[in-house]
Design a protein around this ligand. Structure first.
Ligand code: 5GP
Ligand code: ZN
Length: 117
């Protein structure tokens, strides 16, 4: 994907759409969700555009792995780790995926029910 073809999260990661950035490096970008579902709600994405979990290939294992490693560090930095936090990845319509660029929701600052809604 390039230029105007970029998806919403690619554009956010490129700084073309403003966001409240939490973390960035050459592999990963993280920003606060515009419609938070918890006191802390961060979206963590790989910079690489992958549309959904269903599009992942073996060669992209490192991309997802480093995204989760960075997510855990962000959770520590935001002091979520001792109380606990939830990580959510929605795939497809039934789960309510609305943005088709792989992302992990990092939710913290409250208690979470199980099973999830
Ligand atoms: P999904 O439903 O695909 O798992 O999650 C997409 C998330 O992206 C939603 O929680 C939604 O609030 C968030 N989101 C959608 N558009 C924007 C935006 O322009 N900026 C930010 N910061 N978050 C967004
Ligand atoms: Zn994208």
């Amino acid at each position: 994907m390039a230029g105007n073809d970029r998806c919403l999260f690619c554009r956010i990661a490129h700084g073309e759409i403003p966001s409240k950035k939490v973390y960035e490096d050459s592999d990963v970008f993280a920003f606060y969700d515009i419609n938070p579902q918890a006191p802390t709600h961060v979206i963590v994405i790989p910079r690489k555009h992958i549309s959904s979990l269903d599009d992942l290939s073996d060669g992209e294992a490192n991309v997802v792995g480093i995204t989760l490693v960075r997510l855990a560090q962000i959770a520590r930095d935001l002091h979520l780790s001792s109380d606990g936090y939830r990580v959510v990845a929605n795939h497809g319509e039934a789960a309510g995926q609305t943005v088709f660029h792989i992302h992990f929701h990092l939710l913290g600052g409250r208690n979470f029910g199980w099973p999830p809604g």
